[in-house]
Each structure stands twice: as C-alpha cells, then as structure tokens.
Design a protein around this ligand. Structure first.
Ligand SMILES: *Cc1c(COP(=O)(O)O)cnc(C)c1O
Length: 385
C-alpha cells in the first residue's frame, strides 16, 4: 500500500473462511459445496475467495462466463468449475480450454462443446443440463419436448452429462410456496428422464437462500454465492446463521474546510449549508462504485461516527458534512461500507438508499479500487490492482 491510493476494498479472508465453515454445517455430509465466484467474487476477488473457500471445504466453483473460468485456471486453481451462464456455440472452445463444465439447455451448444472437446483432444465435454422450472430464464422446460431435448444433448458425440440443475426465482422470500413448486417440477422432470434412462449423477438446485431455508433443496450440491461473502440474500431471510460481511470499502479524508452557511456543494448545487459547518472531501466516487444516487442520502463513518454525504457524489470525490464531529483531519480513515469502531454501514443499508439489493452494491465496486486481502487481521499480500 506504500504510496498507494487511500481508497481500497479490504477483504477479510478469515471471514470468508468462517462463512464457508458455518454454511457447510447446514448441509449433510453427502452434499458438495460450490463457491460461486462470478463477477470477480461478487466484487471481492474471485481467485482469492476461491482459494480460501476450497481450503475450507468447498469442492466446486461457479462462474458466469468462460473468461472467468480461464482466469481461475490462470491463478493456478484446479478445482472443478461450472460455467453457470448460457454460452453460444462459438464460446465452446474457451470452456474446453479452461477445462470447465458448461451449462447446457439446447442441442446447439452441446454439439459445439462435443466438437471443441474432440478438436482439443479433451473428450468428453462435461456438461450440466439446466432446467427452467420457473425462473423464466435459461434452461429446458420440464415437459415432453424438454425431455426429448435432454436426451438429444446426452446423445451428442463427445458430450457427457454429469449434472442437472435448476435455479430458484424466489427462495429469498418468506413464502416458500413458489420454491417448493419449482422443486416439485424439478423432481418430476428427473423422474421422467430417469424412466428414459438419463440419470445425471449430480442434481442441484439451492442458491444461498435455498441453502439457508430450504433443506430439501440441498440434494447433491449447493451453489453458494452471496452468503459466502457474509451477506444475506434478502431482508426476508432469517438471520440465524452467524454470517460475517467480509468487505470494507474505505478511504481517507483528503481535505477539511470550514465553510459559511449558504455554501453550496457539488454538481447541481443540490445541498446548501444551513449553518457554518465543516466539510470533508473523500477521494472516492461513483467511478469506484460509490454510486451517485447516494448523495444526500448515505452516511459514512469517520472516527466511529456517522457523517452525512452532502450533494451529489462525483465521479472521483464525495463530500461529507463533519460539522457535528470534532477534530476531523486529512488522513483520517473514512468508511463508505463496513465497520469502524463498533458501528457499521451495511451493504443492505446502501442498497436501501439505492432501491436495489446488496448483491449490486458489492459487485459494483469499481475495478480501479485496489483489493487488499487480510488474514489474521493483517495484509495477506500486496494489493491487487
Ligand atoms: C449466481 C448464482 C447462484 C448463487 O446465488 P446466491 O443467491 O448469490 O447464492 C447460484 N446459482 C446460479 C445458477 C447462479 O447464477
């Protein structure tokens, strides 16, 4: 960090380890644990999170796109990886090059995968069939035509169907009716396929919410994303497991100025000092993922106390009113997200201001923010640019 930017995302890998450990305890011994590290580990850093999760009992990794699988391989990670998102036929070669499993919902990508695997001398291409039981997104429909297509996929030369899965649309809601309906449709479809001789070895359905609240969805493998990072999938999910948020987005006060009543702040002059006060400028903005709409809504922690963000957040700077705090000086740590001296700005709190969900808050942290990894409370290595 010497000479570096004060704005950084600190990721406490011990907390990731803790979360994996407590989450694994919720499953039976026969259920495998997939750490979902798509979108650069929900903004935390895919390779670092993957390595820690694998050390603590995860045996699978989930990503969204083939490039993410390749990046994990480049980081020296050898665990099985499932590409959860859809691929077009031209992406088959990259999945094969990464030695990853593809998600398949149609014959075209299965054929392309079989061909790519043969061309690379890496047969068979291992795939997981996706079944759309109610998400309305990718997958085979669990009907007669869907079963026919599943059998066609399994019949492609050079293709091996290892798994079959579905994804929940509303497992994070208090009412689990829709989720149970999806699960029933999934089980029904599995039976239809079994009668026709197709019995993929790994059946999976649960995301974090399914893991936390729908034990009958655990099956052979659970696909855990948001909970791994210490966040709950929604406010409706019970806080019964001790999840610990792993990320803090911090910066340091760059400038402190006493200003007279009437001073206007930031683009559009949307805030005006109602009294003489003290403003602190933070060298972080929406280009770092601290969204513009947090202006005049969110608070930051300085010296363990809350200070309101005033005016619009700029691309690279944010202004806070520290008139109620005493002795704020340049260089003081300011926390945009996470804990400081016993108080905490949560991803849920920022999501609430923005009308979104905690997932979008953490995945939105900008690429130019260095990630600093902590282990045993200490930096675990040089920051990753
Ligand atoms: C992202 C994703 C997950 C993980 O979801 P969380 O709610 O973050 O646990 C699981 N399965 C699929 C198919 C996904 O795309």
């Amino acid at each position: 960090m010497a000479g570096g930017r004060p704005t950084r995302a600190e990721v406490d890998l011990d907390r990731i380890a803790h979360n994996v450990t407590v989450l694994r305890r919720l499953t039976r011994p026969g259920t495998a644990f997939m750490a979902v590290v798509k979108a650069d580990g929900y903004g935390h850093g895919a390779a670092e999170v993957a390595a820690v999760a694998l050390e603590h009992g995860a045996t699978w990794l989930g990503v969204a796109i083939p490039e993410e699988a390749l990046a994990l391989r480049a980081a020296g990670i050898g665990a099985p990886i499932l590409v959860l998102g859809p691929i077009l036929p031209h992406q088959a070669a990259m999945v094969v090059a990464a030695g990853a499993r593809a998600t398949v919902s149609g014959v075209a990508e299965a054929r392309a995968l079989g061909r790519a695997a043969r061309a690379a001398g890496r047969e068979p291409a291992v795939v997981h069939l996706k079944v759309d039981t109610g998400m309305g997104r990718i997958g085979l429909l669990p009907d007669e035509a869907g079963a026919e297509r599943a059998l066609q996929v399994a019949g492609q030369p050079g293709v091996s169907v290892e798994g079959i899965f579905t994804h929940f649309a509303a497992a994070d809601e208090a009412d689990k009716g829709y989720t149970r309906w999806q699960l029933d449709r999934f089980f029904g479809f599995l039976e239809v396929l079994a009668r026709r001789g197709l019995k993929p070895a790994i059946r999976h359905a649960a995301n974090s919410a399914g893991l936390l609240e729908v034990p009958e969805s655990h099956l052979d493998l659970v696909r855990v994303g948001i909970a791994l990072y210490g966040l709950f999938p929604s406010p409706e999910v019970r806080r019964e497991v001790d999840l610990r948020p792993a990320l803090r987005l911090v910066t340091a006060v760059a400038q402190v100025r006493t200003v007279p009543a009437g001073t206007r702040v930031s683009y559009g002059c949307t805030w005006q000092a109602g009294r003489d006060t003290v403003l602190a400028v933070l060298p972080a903005g929406y280009a770092d993922g601290y969204r513009r709409a947090l202006g005049n809504r969110a608070q930051v922690l300085v010296g363990g106390r809350r200070a309101p963000v005033v005016g619009h957040v700029c691309m690279d700077q944010t202004i806070v009113d520290v008139g109620d705090l005493s002795g704020v000086a340049p260089g003081d740590e300011a926390v945009l997200l996470g804990e400081q001296s016993g108080d905490r700005i949560t991803a849920d709190e920022l999501a609430e201001h923005l009308g979104t969900i905690n997932y979008e808050v953490v995945t939105g942290i900008g690429r130019r923010v260095p990630r600093v990894y902590l282990r045993g409370g200490r930096p675990a290595g040089p920051p990753r640019p």
